[in-house]
Design a protein around this ligand. Structure first.
Ligand code: OAD
Length: 431
């Protein structure tokens, strides 16, 4: 499987449902319409809604979480048919929500009785330690990279960009290199599920290695996007402990391969005729490239650059990812819990639709997603959500970041019976 670009289809979808707008379906209506679509099939569904004059295509779009683009404003309803057809196809390609799981009590019950849980985690489970996620507006890593002048901030993790100019990645790497032995209550929760014999596999997209620090056993952890744990030379493949290159990363230097350096020293100062196109590539390299005019027709062999074994865009995921999923987990899993990820990067985002659709799925994060149907959404800071779940389960989650007297409010927004918002109560300010 290839770690590819995010699904562009998500970018035009906006969560709508403003209250009491006659042009927009209410949440209850939207969920009924989506159910009817599956029961009746697209042809009958359209006959009974748009053809029967009960709904305009424009209004029906809102049942699928789509806001009609403004260039269609003022046009006849027929102008919306193409978009509606796309929305219906997209909806039918999603896993159908299981109607019997909705409440927090259902989530607690599922945790109690499940013994082979897949945890799919993302950057959100580490943010409470001050480690930025990628896509949160303002605080996420990608929103802080405008100064690099990239077409897309994700190019920082693009393997072709790295090979051409590693300085781009290393100008950012010093801010994301793991610098802590601490882990969050959510990491502890995952480790606790393992201790209780309930963890099948933790598929983590994180590169901070904190699951290991929290005690999740290596054999139950798939680091889908690799980690800083090891590093390899892009030229000769030499592998070493990731920590060995941390001093270079932190001081803003490009780490070079010690084996290449040794080989170069042994072979003496050899010049090699430069290949076509190499000139262009060299110009993108760092300012510390001190080659002089006399060398202009030759490449001076240099030591390869070390790269942390993070899976970059354009690189394959570790083999163990697909092997474990297909040969070990798919037939065993009895509950899926997704925590702290926007699910925008394939193939990890496809795990949930690839697993058997009758297996219940719970989503824990700050905002709900619209491109995947989960059975239960538990929204809020994940440390707060998991602490409250543990409280209700009677499983103490002892962690320095969970106050002993923590109180959590849980509310269910009107019209969303399977969506619950968790908020930690804060003490009223002293007068
Ligand atoms: P994202 O930044 O895309 O998503 C993190 C999600 O977690 C967002 O939806 C946040 O709202 C949410 N979140 C943040 N803090 C939270 C908290 N304390 N509690 C609950 N939710 C919280 O990060 P990922 O989905 O992990 O790949 O990104 C996936 C991949 O994209 C990464 O692995 C990375 C990136 O490109 C690499 O190339 C290394």
């Amino acid at each position: 499987m290839i770690h590819s670009q995010p699904m562009l289809t998500n970018q035009f979808i906006i969560l709508i449902y403003p209250a009491a707008d006659p042009e927009t379906c209410t949440p209850e209506e939207a969920s009924r319409l989506r159910r009817e679509l599956r029961e009746q099939g697209p042809a009958v569904f359209c006959q009974r809604t748009v053809d029967a004059g009960r709904y305009t295509a424009k209004k029906l779009l809102s049942a699928f979480g789509i806001k009609a683009p403004s260039f269609l404003d003022g046009q006849s309803d027929e102008a919306y048919f193409g978009l509606l057809s796309l929305a219906i196809t997209r909806e039918l390609s999603k896993r159908a929500k299981l109607s019997r799981y909705n409440t927090v009590a259902d989530a607690v019950d599922l945790l109690k009785k499940s013994n082979n849980i897949i945890l799919l985690t993302g950057a959100g489970i580490s943010t409470s330690l001050g480690i930025p996620d990628f896509r949160s507006k303002g605080t996420g890593l990608y929103s802080k990279l405008e100064h690099l002048g990239l077409n897309d901030p994700q190019e920082v993790f693009d393997i072709d960009v790295f090979k051409q100019d590693p300085t781009i990645f290393y100008s950012v790497a010093k801010d994301i290199v793991p610098d802590t032995d601490r882990y969050t209550p959510t990491h502890k929760f995952i480790s606790m599920l393992n201790q209780r014999g309930k963890l099948l596999t933790n598929y983590s997209q994180n590169i901070d290695n904190l699951e290991i620090k929290a005690g999740v056993p290596k054999e139950k952890l798939i680091q889908c996007h690799g980690s800083f744990g090891t590093a390899s030379c892009v030229q000769c493949g030499f592998k070493t402990q990731g920590e060995k290159i941390f001093p270079d990363i932190k001081s803003g230097n490009i780490p070079r391969c010690p084996r290449c350096v040794q080989n170069l020293r042994a072979s003496g100062p050899v010049k090699r005729k430069r290949s076509a196109g190499a000139d262009k590539r060299r110009r993108r390299w760092s300012a510390d490239d001190t080659s002089d005019e006399d060398d202009s027709e030759y490449d001076i062999p240099t030591a390869g650059v070390m790269k942390p074994d993070i899976t970059f865009f354009g690189e394959a995921l570790p083999d163990e990812f697909s092997r474990r999923l297909t040969e070990h987990d798919r037939d065993k899993v009895d509950l899926v819990i997704v925590i702290g990820t926007s699910l925008k990067v394939t193939p990890v985002s496809e795990i949930v639709s690839w697993l058997p659709s009758h297996i219940p799925q719970i989503y824990i994060s700050r905002q709900a997603v619209t491109h995947i149907n989960f059975d239960i959404d538990l929204l809020g800071d994940c440390d707060v959500v998991v602490a409250e779940l543990c409280r209700r389960l009677g499983w103490p989650l002892d962690h320095e970041m969970v106050p002993a007297d923590q109180k959590v409010d849980v509310t269910t927004p009107e019209g969303y019976k399977s969506r619950h918002v968790f908020t930690e109560q804060t003490e009223p300010a002293e007068k």
